[in-house]
Design a protein around this ligand. Structure first.
Ligand code: ADP
Ligand code: MG
Ligand code: MG
Length: 208
């Protein structure tokens, strides 16, 4: 995955968020405060507007810029959490101009660890972790089986979609949805959904 593809990924993700802004907000209306789509769209519109100015920098610097932008423009839980994801992701690929499959694994792994440290959520708490964790496991398995980056991401997106849907039956234990207790059951988690979109847009980039 080269630098141009990293930029393309972030552009695709921003477009995907824009297209799903209302959907993400509706999901958050059911178990939160109806702003996840609005929050993410605000942040990624700003990210998209800055990409051309960092396109010649290394991948780590590009990801760090994304992080800083999200932390400063997105409020709520998702701003600091996605901000941390991209900050840790950036430090996992310091100085890189290109990412091998193993580098992308390290990027996702570091991002996941950052979100876990920041948000203290466990598997099954009905958060973005419920997508990120199985995704990193799936990615690791593909790397162990010598799959290429495209095959790896195709499998990852299948796993992510399934994991996103599995949040429907979970009882929220973190974030605003946790205030609802049992009433959080039966609704798909907004953050798990935006995380799925992040991976789907990464695959779309590689398939192009
Ligand atoms: P807020 O809840 O502050 O309005 P958003 O609506 O933008 O923020 O984001 C909500 C999403 O954030 C949830 O759907 C969930 O996936 C994620 N989230 C909330 N708390 C945590 C946490 N502690 N760890 C991981 N993800 C979390
Ligand atoms: Mg919200
Ligand atoms: Mg909010």
């Amino acid at each position: 995955m080269n630098k141009e593809q990293v930029i393309q990924w972030l552009q695709n993700f921003a477009a995907e968020i824009e297209q799903n802004k209302e959907y993400l907000t509706e999901l958050d209306a059911a178990i939160g405060d109806a702003d996840h789509g609005i929050n993410m769209d605000r942040g990624f519109k700003k990210v998209a507007s800055q990409l051309s100015s960092v396109a010649d920098k290394d991948i780590s610097t590009i990801l760090k810029t994304v992080s800083m932008t999200l932390i400063s423009t997105v409020g709520g839980a998702s701003g600091p959490l996605y901000g941390t994801f991209f900050l840790r992701a950036s430090t996992a690929v310091t100085g890189k101009e290109e990412l091998a499959t193993e580098d992308l694994l390290k990027l996702l792994q570091a991002g996941l660890e950052g979100v876990v440290q920041r948000g203290k959520a466990h598997l099954g708490d009905k958060t973005m972790i419920d997508v990120l964790l199985p995704v990193v496991d799936s990615f690791q398995q593909s790397v162990d089986n010598n799959k290429n980056i495209l095959e790896t991401m195709q499998q990852v997106v299948l796993v992510a979609e399934q994991a996103m849907k599995e949040t429907i039956l979970m009882l929220a234990k973190k974030g605003r949805a946790s205030y609802l207790g049992d009433r959080s059951i039966g609704h798909q988690d907004p953050g798990a959904t935006s995380t799925y979109l992040m991976l789907k847009s990464l695959l779309a980039t590689l398939e192009n």
